[in-house]
Structure formats: C-alpha cells, structure tokens
Design a protein. Structure first.
Length: 79
C-alpha cells in the first residue's frame, strides 16, 4: 500500500507509442534477411553487387534515423 501511495504522489505516467520501435525492429529484420540473401549469393557466385550494398546502406540509414528519433523523444527525468 505504501508503494501505491508513493507512486501516486511521486510517480510518473508515460504514454508510450511503440510504433517507432516496431518500425525499428522491422528494419533490423529486413537487414538481417537481406544480409543472409547477399551472403548466399556471394557464396554461390563469388560476386558482391552494388545494388545489394546500396539497399543495405538505405536500410541502415532508416534504422539510424528511427533510433535517433526514438532517443530524442525520451523524457529526461532528473532524480
């Protein structure tokens, strides 16, 4: 009971939107899948294609943008 009282008096309530985190995880999964496909193709052909590299770079840019956006929206709590 004292925990609830303390939470009511001193606690914080956050409304968290997890859509950016879902997008982040989706982009990470895409990168993983693409890396696996590129690795298989490289092992089979012995070649690395510019289009594959470009696609990975674009996905990584999306991931970094999403991560920066999520971090910039985090509340600052001074203890």
């Amino acid at each position: 009971m004292s925990f609830l009282r303390h939470l009511i008096i001193y606690g914080y309530v956050y409304d968290v939107d997890y859509q950016e985190l879902r997008d982040y995880n989706t982009n990470l999964a895409r990168i993983g899948n693409n890396l696996n496909q590129i690795t298989r193709r490289m092992n089979a052909t012995g070649h690395l294609y510019d289009e594959d590299v470009r696609e990975i770079k674009e996905l990584m840019e999306d991931v970094w943008h999403t991560q920066k956006s999520m971090l910039s929206k985090q509340p600052y709590i001074k203890q």
